[in-house]
Write a protein that binds this ligand. Structure first.
Ligand code: GDP
Ligand code: MG
Length: 603
C-alpha cells in the first residue's frame, strides 16, 4: 500500500468517554471484527481492563478502509486513558500523526481531556475533536463545544458529533482521519529503521515487539540491531495487528506492526528504541523519558509457603510491565517479600489485581509510600551514604535528622475540573492535604478548572475517592510530576510497651504526625487481642510521644466457666488456642497475630 494511503492515529479521552466503544465501531466498520461478535471492547484484552473499564497496555489495530475507491490502511493505536500510564500514552503518540480527542457530550471536558490534549498539542499532532454520546437525553453538545473553544481555541466547524454506541456519525470520523491527517513522513528508499514503542511477552515466542517502521523495510531472516543495547537479533516473524496477529512477509515504512526476534524477555525490548539492519548506520529516533516509579509498596506472601509461587508470579508479570521496579525486602513480621515501585496508585492496584487473577496468588500489599530525599552533611556521612543527597524509599532507612540539612518531598501539579457548586469543599480538601491553589478559570457558566500544587504523599491513598464523593462524582482530577521541594518531614515510630515496631514506622509531614499517630494507635488498640499484660501503644517522633492508647490486660481463662466439667472439650479448645498462638509473632515481647500487621499496613 502506498505511503500516501496510510494514516496513523490514536484516540485520546478521559476514562469512560467512550474510547473503547468507538474503537469497536471502527473495527466493525472496517471489517476487522464482525458486527455483534458478542465481545465488546475488543482492544481491552486483559480481564482487569474489562472489569475496570480501563485500558492498561496500549494496543494496536490495522484497519482496511475504502473511501472514494481508494484503499487506505488506518493504524489505530490504542492508548491507556489514565494518568498513571501517561508515558504509555506519550510513546504511542510517537507513532501517530493525529489524534481523535473524544469528549463525552454530557460530562464535558474533564481533567484527563486537558492533559491528553496538551500531550497531543505539544507533539504537533492533528487533533480531531469528537463529541460522543450525543444520543443521551442530557447531552449538551453546544455547551461542550463552548468549553473546547474556551480551553483549546477549537472552532465549532471542526467538531464532529457521534454516538459510538449507536454508530451515528462514526463514518465521518474515518473520513476525517483520511482527510485531515497527513500520511506518515516516512521513506521506503532509505535503510531500514523502526521505532519500538510497545511489547508484550509471549510464552512461545518470547518478546513480541510493536514497531512503527519509519524507513525501508524488514523481513524474516534479516539481522537487526537494537541500538539501545547494541545487541544483534534475527527476525523470526513479522505481521500486522488486526487486532490479532496476522503474519506478513515483511513490514515496510509507514506500517505499524509486530515482529519477533530472539529477544527472550521484554526487558530487552527497550521502549523508544531504534531498530536497524546490521552493518548499516542510521541516526537514532528520539527516545522516551523513562517512566519513574512514584509509589512504593511492600508485597509479601500471605504465608511463607507461598513465597516461591508469588516470586514466580511477580517475575512473570514484570516481564509484561517493565515500568514496575522490584527489590527484595524482608520484615520480621511479614517474612521475605519485595518492595515494588509503581508509576502511580492505579498502576499498583492493577498490578495487584493481575497478580491475583492471572496467577492465582494472594499477596499482602502494604500501604503505599512515596520516595523522599534528604540532603546530608559531614564528610563521613556523605561517604557512608555514597552522596550528599540520599533517596528514601523505605521509612526503615530514614536518616538521623541530626545529619540532615534538608528533607525533600515530591510534588504534583494537579488539575481539577468541577461544577462551581463544589468549589468550597474541594478547596477545603486540598488545603487539608497541604495543597496550594495556583489558578482558577471558568470554562463555561458553571464549570471551573483549577491548578493545585499538592504533595504526592497526600494524594496516593484516597484523595481521588474523597474528591469524587464530595463532588457527587462530578469533579475530575489529573496530575503531573512537579519535582521535589524542601519539606518538614519526620519519622513516626510506633511503640508497643516502649519498643519500636519497625514495620509500622512511617514518614509523615511534621504537621500530621500527631493526627496520623492517633489514628494508628486507635486502630492497633482495636485489632491487637488483649493479653495477660497491659500494653502501652504509643506513637513517637524522635523522643517525643505524640499519641497514646492503653490496651487493658485480660486475665480470665476462656474455658474455665463454660466447660469446667468436660475435659475433652476443654483439651480441644486449649489445643486450638495453642495452635493459634503458634501462628502469632512475638513482637516487643507481645504476641501479635500476623493479621495485626496486615490490617495496619494495608490501606
Ligand atoms: P472508555 O473508558 O473511554 O474506553 O469508555 P467505554 O468505551 O468503555 O465507554 C464507557 C461507557 O459509556 C460504557 O458503558 C459505554 O457503553 C458507554 N458509551 C460509550 N459510547 C456511548 C454512546 O455513544 N452513547 C451512550 N449512551 N453510551 C456510550
Ligand atoms: Mg476503554
Amino acid at each position: 500500500i502506498p505511503v500516501e494511503n496510510i494514516r496513523n492515529f490514536s484516540i485520546i479521552a478521559h476514562v469512560d468517554h467512550g474510547k473503547s466503544t468507538l474503537a469497536d465501531r471502527l473495527l466493525e466498520m472496517t471489517g476487522a471484527i464482525m458486527k455483534n461478535s458478542g465481545r465488546s471492547q475488543v482492544l481491552d484484552r486483559l480481564q482487569v481492563e474489562r472489569e475496570r473499564g480501563i485500558t492498561v497496555k496500549a494496543q494496536t489495530a490495522s484497519l482496511n478502509y475504502t473511501l472514494n475507491n481508494h484503499n487506505y490502511l488506518l493504524n489505530l493505536i490504542d492508548t491507556p486513558g489514565h494518568v498513571d500510564f501517561s508515558t504509555e500514552v506519550s510513546r504511542s503518540l510517537a507513532a501517530c500523526q493525529g489524534v481523535i480527542l473524544l469528549v463525552d457530550a454530557n460530562q464535558g471536558v474533564q481533567a484527563q481531556t486537558v492533559a491528553n490534549f496538551y500531550m497531543a498539542f505539544g507533539k504537533e499532532l492533528v487533533i480531531i475533536p469528537v463529541l460522543n454520546k450525543i444520543d443521551l437525553k442530557n447531552a449538551d453538545p453546544e455547551k461542550v463545544s463552548g468549553q473546547l473553544r474556551t480551553l483549546f481555541d477549537i472552532s465549532e466547524n471542526d467538531i464532529l458529533k457521534v454516538s459510538a454506541k449507536l454508530g451515528t456519525g462514526v463514518e465521518d470520523v474515518l473520513k476525517a482521519v483520511v482527510d485531515r491527517l497527513p500520511p506518515p513522513p516516512v521513506n521506503r528508499e532509505t535503510p531500514f529503521r523502526a521505532l519500538l514503542f510497545d511489547s508484550w511477552y509471549d510464552r512461545y515466542q518470547g518478546a513480541v515487539v510493536v514497531v512503527y517502521v519509519t524507513d525501508g523495510s524488514v523481513k524474516i531472516g534479516d539481522e537487526i540491531v537494537a541500538m539501545h543495547s547494541g545487541k544483534n537479533y534475527e527476525i523470526k516473524s513479522t505481521g500486522l495487528l488486526r487486532p490479532h496477529e496476522e503474519p506478513t512477509n515483511k513490514l515496510v515504512a509507514g506500517q505499524v506492526g509486530y515482529l519477533t526476534c530472539n529477544m527472550r524477555s521484554t526487558k530487552e525490548a527497550h521502549i523508544g528504541d531504534t531498530l536497524h539492519h546490521r552493518n548499516q548506520s542510521v541516526t537514532m529516533l528520539p527516545d522516551f523519558k523513562p517512566a519513574n516509579p512514584m509509589v512504593f509498596a511492600g508485597v509479601y506472601p500471605m504465608d511463607q509457603s507461598q513465597h516461591v509461587v508469588l516470586r514466580s508470579a511477580i517475575e512473570k508479570l514484570v516481564l509484561n510491565d517493565s515500568a514496575v521496579t522490584v527489590a527484595t525486602d524482608s520484615s520480621p513480621a511479614l517474612g521475605q517479600g519485595w518492595r515494588l515501585g509503581f508509576l502511580g496508585l492505579l498502576h499498583m492496584e492493577v498490578f495487584n489485581q493481575r497478580l491475583e487473577q492471572e496467577y492465582d496468588t494472594q499477596a499482602v500489599i502494604t500501604a503505599p509510600s512515596v520516595t523522599y530525599k534528604a540532603r546530608i552533611f559531614g564528610e563521613k556521612n556523605v561517604k557512608r551514604y555514597g552522596g550528599s543527597e540520599i533517596t528514601i524509599t523505605n521509612p526503615a532507612h530514614f536518616p538521623d535528622p541530626c545529619i540532615v540539612t534538608e528533607f525533600l518531598e515530591p510534588m504534583v501539579m494537579g488539575t481539577i475540573i468541577t461544577p462551581d457548586t463544589y468549589l468550597g469543599p474541594i478547596l477545603s480538601l486540598c488545603m487539608e492535604r497541604r495543597g496550594t491553589q495556583q489558578s482558577s478559570t471558568n470554562i463555561d457558566n458553571h464549570h471551573v478548572i483549577m491548578h493545585i500544587l499538592l504533595p504526592l504523599n497526600e494524594i496516593v491513598v484516597d484523595f481521588h475517592d474523597h474528591l469524587k464523593s464530595i463532588s457527587s462524582g462530578y469533579a475530575s482530577f489529573d496530575y503531573e510530576e512537579y519535582g521535589f521541594v524542601p519539606s518538614r518531614l519526620v519519622k513516626l515510630n510506633i511503640l508497643l510497651n516502649g519498643i519500636a515496631v519497625e514495620e509500622l514506622s512511617m514518614v509523615v509531614h511534621a504537621s500530621k504526625a500527631s493526627g496520623v499517630g492517633r489514628r494508628v494507635c486507635l486502630k492497633l488498640k482495636e485489632i491487637i487481642p488483649r493479653q495477660m499484660i497491659e500494653i502501652a501503644i504509643q506513637a513517637a517522633v524522635g523522643g517525643k510521644i505524640v499519641a497514646r492508647e492503653t490496651l487493658k490486660a485480660y486475665r480470665k481463662d476462656v474455658t474455665a466457666k463454660l466447660y469446667g466439667g468436660d475435659v475433652t472439650r476443654r483439651m480441644k479448645l486449649l489445643n486450638r488456642q495453642a495452635e493459634g498462638k503458634k501462628s502469632m509473632k512475638l513482637v516487643a515481647n507481645i504476641r501479635l497475630p500476623r493479621e495485626t500487621f496486615i490490617d495496619v499496613l494495608k490501606r
